[in-house]
Design a protein around this ligand. Structure first.
Ligand code: HAM
Length: 444
């Protein structure tokens, strides 16, 4: 006999049975509410994009190790989207002249990355993308973080979140100061990005390798190691004490940007904690300015809750125009873990479903009339399939978790009445179809 097919979903993807789907819908509808209250508009794009869209700027790890790519029947190299930002850039670039600025857009696409599935990381996830393009840089940077804060506040979890930020320009100035060349700087950036996932010994070994391979003289390596360590341990005020750094014009500009950013954040009184952190690098290559990641302060959720940053040149991949933007992506997996950890999921909502049970074959057309009438009043209604005893209908009603049961029986119906039972309280009464039933339902 042929082997049966597996009922498991593909590794790293999930089935959403109605209960899980209800939670996902609840979560996204809250987020949509917040985003629309900030005047953000929803957009969407295709699941498939040309491979080159990601090859240009998405970064090595995603492109070389995680992309689902294939050649289509017309010999085009395609990819399933691993992130939304390149699609956003393409869509904005296509209409850059006509779109009113600033552009405030959001989307909740499902994305695919070939990851090793683990807590907080799957192969398919949904990602809330929030992006603001073409606005005043300082104002937009802070607005986007304020939105992130408002999302967590809407769930009642703002006290558990810390947003850690940095500036890619600061990192460029620092790497230039270390004189590691383009390749060494890139490698060091990737190493810093991976730091949270590595043990300290392995990190130190990799650091030495990069410094040795990219320094003109081996004798420079110990001093560079010390500079590196004090840089990563420094707060914003302490950076200028690092030997030689404070004289770099790039460094002065980058730290000023960070100070301005801190000021903007404090003006907006964010509900979540925020902190400068020189180890926030972000894996994606297109960021050019402020970058940030948010963490759950509870230790069991150690993956970033969301991440994002400013990108200056992304539209330039498609058009001569320039339009700078800032945005972030917040995944459904990490958000759901966060809500579970802090017990912020909704307790079971009371069902309001009405079940109509018909105990007499001749009354079936009337039961359908009643059903359409109730549905016309925006009530959720289901009818028992066929006529049956009241007892069987009541059982079926509780199986579908109905709140109200309406029974149509021959004698009662002849007197213009139905049976109504509140399945939560157990109260049962006879109501006239004409006015008592409508009154009762209007009051519930
Ligand atoms: P990202 O850091 O790659 O950024 O992803 C952002 C967030 O998406 C992560 O912090 C996490 O919540 C979620 N996420 C990413 N990969 C997975 C996964 N394999 N499983 C579960 N959740 C995941 C971006 O994708 C940028 N495009 C975000 C952005 C928008 N930047 C500017 N605008």
């Amino acid at each position: 006999m042929a082997e049966k097919l597996s009922t498991s979903p593909y590794k790293g993807s999930r089935d959403f049975y109605p209960e899980e789907m209800a939670l996902r819908k609840w979560m996204f509808s809250k987020v949509r509410g917040v985003l629309e209250s900030f005047a953000f508009q929803e957009y969407d794009g295709p699941l498939l994009e040309p491979f080159e869209l990601y090859a240009a700027k998405t970064g090595d790890e995603i492109v070389n190790q995680q992309l689902y790519s294939f050649t289509d029947r017309g010999d085009r190299k395609m990819a399933i989207r691993p992130e939304m930002t390149p699609t956003l850039a393409r869509m904005v670039a296509a209409k850059v002249q006509e779109l009113p600025k600033p552009i405030r857009w959001y989307s909740i696409p499902n994305l695919w990355r070939y990851e090793r599935p683990q807590r907080g990381r799957l192969r398919e996830h949904w990602q809330i993308n929030v992006d603001l393009l073409g606005g005043n840089v300082e104002q937009s940077n802070a607005e986007v973080l304020a939105i992130a804060g408002a999302i967590f506040k809407s769930f009642g979890g703002e006290q558990f979140v810390e947003i850690r930020f940095n500036n890619r320009r600061l990192m460029d100035a620092f790497f230039a100061h270390l004189e590691l060349g383009a390749e060494g700087s890139y490698a060091l950036g990737k190493l810093i990005d991976a730091k949270a996932k590595m043990n300290p010994e392995a990190f130190a070994v990799e650091l030495q390798k990069i410094l040795e391979a990219n320094s003109k003289q081996a004798s420079d390596v110990p001093a560079k190691t010390l500079i590196f360590q004090s840089f990563l341990a420094s707060d914003l005020a302490g950076l200028s004490k690092i030997a030689g750094l404070k004289d770099s014009a790039e460094f002065i500009k980058a730290t000023q940007e960070l100070l301005d950013f801190e000021k903007q954040l404090s003006n907006r009184k964010l509900p979540v904690k925020t902190k400068f952190d020189p180890s926030i690098m972000r894996g994606l290559d297109y960021y050019t300015g402020i970058v940030f990641e948010a963490y759950d302060l509870s230790p069991e959720n150690n993956r970033a809750l969301f991440g994002g940053g400013r990108y200056d040149n992304l539209i330039g991949l498609f058009s001569k125009s320039e339009l700078s933007g800032i945005g972030f992506g917040l995944g459904d997996v990490t958000l759901m873990h966060f809500l579970e950890t802090h017990k912020l999921l909704p307790v079971n909502q009371d069902s309001q479903l009405i079940y109509i049970g018909c105990a007499d074959e001749a009354l079936i057309p009337h039961s359908f009339d009643l059903e359409s009438q109730l549905r016309g009043q925006q009530r959720a209604v289901v009818s028992g399939q066929g006529f049956d005893s009241l007892k069987s209908h009541l059982k079926a009603a509780s199986r579908v978790q109905a709140r109200y049961f309406i029974g149509l029986l021959g004698d009662e119906w002849a007197r213009g009445k139905v049976i109504l039972k509140d399945l939560k309280t157990g109260q049962q009464s006879e109501l006239s179809v004409k006015d008592e039933l409508a009154k009762f339902l209007a009051a519930t």
